[in-house]
Design a protein around this ligand. Structure first.
Ligand SMILES: Cc1cc2nc3c(=O)[nH]c(=O)nc-3n(C[C@H](O)[C@H](O)[C@H](O)COP(=O)(O)OP(=O)(O)OC[C@H]3O[C@@H](n4cnc5c(N)ncnc54)[C@H](O)[C@@H]3O)c2cc1C
Length: 422
């Protein structure tokens, strides 16, 4: 495969762009693999890449029922941050952010990671105090964070609604400057290309429809492209986790599938140079501006469970209200597109990267709203788990039995209802 470089761009320019290779192969499924990762989203692709890269493993396949990035990986609002508070979460997400910072070089693919700052608006002295506690803890444990007063915020983000008559007047902000956005499709393509170059077979249009189990193990996957035998299997199917779980012979999981919508406006001239989050009094809203000028924004999940990849109109209204209340200048801007993805919402808003009751089946799920930022570390630690058959200490609480063991990694302390973890 051609390595991307200034020289290869120049050389191919002289040759009429005829010498570029396919980004990844399109192989026929083999009869058997050592490791099969189900789900060609960001987490599945990253896992396959790190299995090959970090652990030197061969004979790996990623099976994807549709096309790469057709799931949540290519549907999100692309926010990357590591402003977590709870022990375990902090180390995990900070590691993820560090991987993001070098990802374009690591994959030899421009994922357009833009560290443009993540700004959480604050609306009361109590919120300022809580943010100071959280961001001080982040700083003390190796991450970055700042608290801005109103004047600093106004100087940096001039177009927000600073009216003292607003329902929730803004009084400051919590800021992580190393946070930002990335191009989600490029992340999927970059991991796929890099994994393929290390020998991973990426099998698109290959839906897992059932499993064969013997002696507490999965021995084969039934797929739309035939039976594939596997020595180890990893599930990384986000909103479809409960379906795959049933195919593996289990009943319930502490996960519900909900829809989350994303919205893009018509392109505008440069307006917003950061990611801004507005969350108070029931409002939940986040917005940034894409490189093409569209305002990219989103809000809460739709309030019912579904596997459909489309959302409902009340949330459109809800999100539009948040948009104009925080950025009134958007009032006459037209919405260009909106779509939805199926979220794997867990009962405590936290993920699972863990072993399962089947000895060769590993689970990666429960990413809620936050799996995009997590994808490099998720792949890194899931690969480590599958390769070594034991959890790394940073994911030791990302287990299915944490509810029985009373382990609290719930970042928001919101309680056992997925709807509260938006
Ligand atoms: C609208 C929206 C906005 C979001 N915004 C953010 C954000 O700003 N920041 C952030 O950090 N996170 C965000 N997220 C969450 C993030 O996108 C997800 O948590 C993350 O992408 C999930 O991991 P994934 O990419 O591997 O999932 P997916 O891309 O969904 O991958 C799972 C794959 O499994 C495949 N699959 C399912 N069933 C089968 C089967 N039976 N056989 C084979 N393949 C199968 C699917 O086709 C899919 O491609 C957002 C999500 C949405 C929907």
């Amino acid at each position: 495969m051609t390595r991307f470089s200034a020289w290869s761009v120049f050389r191919n320019g002289l040759k009429g762009q005829r010498d570029w290779d396919r980004q990844w192969r399109d192989p026929e499924p083999r009869h058997e693999y050592d490791i099969v990762i189900v789900g060609g989203g960001l987490h599945g692709l990253a896992t396959a890449y790190y299995l090959a890269k970090n652990h030197g493993l061969k004979n790996i396949a990623v099976v994807e029922k549709g096309w790469l990035g057709g799931g949540n990986g290519g549907r999100n609002t692309t926010i990357v941050r590591s402003n977590y508070f709870m022990p375990g979460n902090r180390q995990f997400y900070e590691h993820s952010l560090e991987l993001w910072e070098d990802l374009s070089h690591e994959l030899n693919y421009n994922v357009m990671f833009s560290q443009r700052s993540h700004i959480s608006l604050l609306h009361s002295p109590a919120a300022m105090d809580a943010a100071a506690r959280r961001y001080n803890t982040m700083r003390l444990t190796g991450s970055d964070g700042e608290i801005w007063d109103l004047n600093t915020l106004k100087a940096n983000v001039p177009h927000l609604n600073y009216s003292a008559d607003a329902r929730f007047p803004i009084i400051g902000a919590a800021v992580q400057k190393r946070a930002g956005t990335a191009r989600h499709d490029a992340v999927a393509w970059g991991y796929a290309r890099a994994a393929d170059s290390l020998g991973v077979d990426i099998l698109q249009n290959c839906e897992v429809t059932g499993t064969t189990r013997e002696d507490g193990r999965i021995t084969a996957l039934e797929t739309s492209r035939g039976t594939i035998r596997a020595k180890k299997v990893g599930f990384a199917v986000a909103g479809n986790t409960t379906r795959l779980w049933q195919m593996a012979g289990f009943s319930t999981l502490p996960i519900e599938s909900h829809k989350l919508q994303a919205f893009v406006s018509e392109p505008l001239k440069p307006l917003l140079d950061q990611v801004v989050v507005f969350g108070v009094g029931g409002a939940h809203f986040y917005i940034s501006q894409s490189d093409k000028g569209g305002m990219v924004f989103g809000g809460d999940i739709d309030w019912y469970k579904s596997y459909a990849q489309r959302g409902n109109l009340p949330i459109v209204q809800d999100v539009a209200e948040c948009a104009v209340s925080i950025l009134p200048c958007l009032g006459r801007v037209r919405l260009l597109r909106h779509w939805s993805g199926v979220m794997d919402m867990s009962m405590d808003g936290s993920p699972f990267i863990c072993k399962t009751p089947l000895s060769n089946l590993y689970l990666n799920a429960g990413w809620n709203y936050g799996g995009f930022k997590a994808s490099p570390a998720s792949g890194w630690y899931f690969a480590d788990l599958i390769a070594n058959d034991r959890p790394h200490q940073h994911i030791e609480h990302f287990t299915l039995d944490r509810f029985d063991r009373g382990i609290n990694i719930d970042e928001r302390g919101a309680g056992p209802d997925p709807k509260l973890h938006g």
